[in-house]
Design a protein around this ligand. Sequence first.
Ligand code: ADP
Ligand code: ASP
Ligand code: MG
Length: 814
Amino acid sequence: MKILKFGGTSVGSVEALRNVKSIIEKEFNKDKPLIVVCSALSGITNALLSASQKALIQNDFSEILKAAEEKHYQIISELLPRTAQNPLLMMVKVSFNEIEDVLFSVKNLGELSDRIKDRLLSYGEQMSSKIVSAFLQSEGFPAVFQDSRKLIATDSHFGNANVDSKKTNENLKNWKLENQIYVVTGFIAKDKNDETTTLGRGGSDYTAAILGSGLKADEIQIWTDVDGFLTADPRLVKNAFSQSELSYQEAMEMSYFGAKVIYPPTMIPAIESQIPIYIKNTFKPENPGTLIHQKSEITKGLIKGIVSIEKTCLINITGNGMIGMKGFSGRLFNALAKYEVNVILITQASSEHSISFVVAFDDEKKAKTAIYEEFDFEINSNKIDEPQFDNELSILSVVGENMKKTRGISGKFFSALGKNGINIIAIAQGSSELNISAVIERNELSKALNVVHDSLLLSPVKTFNVMFAGTGNIGKELFRQLEREQRNLEENHQIKINVVGITNSREMKIFDNPESDFDLNNNFNTNLQKSDLKEFINSISSKNLPNLVFVDNTSSEDVVAEYSLLFNNNISIVTCNKKGNSSSYEQYSKFKRLAKKNNVSFLYETNVGAGLPIIKTLNDLWISGDEILKIEAILSGTISYIFNNYVGDNTFAEVVRTAQELGYTEPDPRDDLNGMDFSRKMLILGREIGLPLEMSNVNIKDFLPEACLKAESIPAFYEELEKHEPYFSSFKNEAENSGRKLRLIGVLEDGKINIEVQIVDANHPFFGLSGSDNIISFTTSRYKNTPLVVKGPGAGAEVTAAGVFADLVRVTAQ
Ligand code: ADP
Ligand code: ASP
Ligand code: MG
């Protein structure tokens, strides 16, 4: 025999109820009884509660009741044939009249007991179950309504009654079941005075398990509105996905720590009778859902879910007088128990003279009363300090049975929080080692859930939220590459890049929600604001999105000026902008320090040689303890191009002009030829191996005669070049006559940087460089006789954007 429980949304609309019918049709086997447990229609329990609160403070509750009543009428009239409608409409009318009577007396007396509340709430399940049974009958099923109050016995703890298992099981044993469908009210029960009680919010799940256990059912099916037990609350974590299997303990731990999908006590009767529980989606019944059963070896995976309790209060009691105070904890927890305060967790910070624990937000007042009553004397005599209550907190817990066998999970958990700037106020590990919990600020909960979910690899896909500065050649190209590659990233590398903002020097756009549209024509067209970088950064950071990255594709000092703000907001930076790392050493080291302090990445591979792996290679050598003896490099693609083409009859001026026409130079070619850009790159390399160098330490031997450098305009500059052709050709001839080549080479050795034109022979590794390629050779202790060489195109939007792209992917891996 099976027990099928349908939650509020599963019975809350005509569409849902039609699905319920099809599910029952599949499950009902004519030679066995079938038990169907129903919750109240969605929203009805809440509506009855708020109506009663209104009545209590003498407010008008009629609107709420009217809407609730309407909802029932509407479903009945759409779902059932006319002839079957009348008795049900009458039943609803009578129920609401009775509800109204009770509420009027609440209003008149100004009193609302838990006993009255339970009586009121019970109408929800009574009405829904009667509607479902009548509907099934009208569809030709042998269905009958069954009030659970005749079956489930409890104590008189209204609002959250304790089940009298003995009495209940006796009732169930005596229940003569026939081969038909019993539609049973969830949630409600009866005490020994025949008063209606309830099993606690969400208690219909529990009803199903109690019936399942007492009737020795083969399985319990919980039908709801999601695809099973998910790895996190889908309303808070978009990447949450369904777990195919959980152990009873895991399910209990997750629901106790906040997963609303199943009511925690539900697992207890199921464990006792070893009945499997399936959680299934009424709206997608074909999906497999989740099976909860006795832990078997097959429950794969370390971490099963990340759950949270949004509203909690941390209570801290300290005092030197507590040292050696006998029975302190016993007195404390007894006092809390007396006031029915549920202690959710006790933190590890507790010591002999301090104890911290967390209670539900709603229990704060009761806890205060309990503590002050019990420790009145100790507080007044200063043995205990004034207890502290912090109620702006949430608990985040990672749950998984296999965690206890594995080290390092807590490290990963806490570092994911730390990396995203989330402050951990307290931690706790359950004694079962089934969960690790952290207490954090409530406003950081959503971000925390998402980063922990993604970083503990629960989610197949890791999401990064990226803000982009710069929509020039490199920026545009990067968007093109991201657009082209996003599917590959997601499917093959489990990385999802979202855009959360775009800015250039004129305009900016802050996206309401992270998007995956990388078509600039489309997404950077409407809703643009005048750009304001500070506002851009602050407003995006205030959204508390996880894994934020800022990509700087500009060459602007103004953007660099905001790097500190970015790091301090726990935002990683990926940049091709050299200005940040090549101005003062103080600034360079400040950025490194801030990135480290805030646990974020700062990647700038494209500062030197575009997409070529130069900085990465250098860092790898450096980190692995190799000693860098010498770095030689050609890092100006423009000058390479010019020298490679300055052969035969060409004049130097002609070659420069062609280079300019081909777009290989800056608007003023002297910005390349003066070696400034090259110097910046060499400077960064020097700093990367720990040398505190400034620009003034870079010796650059001007290749251009002073008159060329000083020419007042670009045409004048070309004129000077022509005039100095004999000077240039003397180099060229010297090279050509001896079968050698002209190269502008930077050398870093003995802590010094020199950049000058050299004439190299065929044995030199830089001799064969062609086009506008860059080359760099590292001579190190390990690579002494044969230096390590990196060579390839070192400029251009395409390779630079690809380098930025690669850095972005590296952030995701860090
Ligand atoms: P029902 O009315 O069917 O009992 P509930 O609203 O009580 O449904 O529980 C289902 C809801 O629980 C889902 O719609 C989902 O929003 C929420 N939920 C929270 N955490 C989880 C989780 N870890 N897995 C699945 N659902 C969850
Ligand atoms: N209707 C009750 C509630 O909303 C019981 C349930 O849905 O499980 O709490
Ligand atoms: Mg529920």
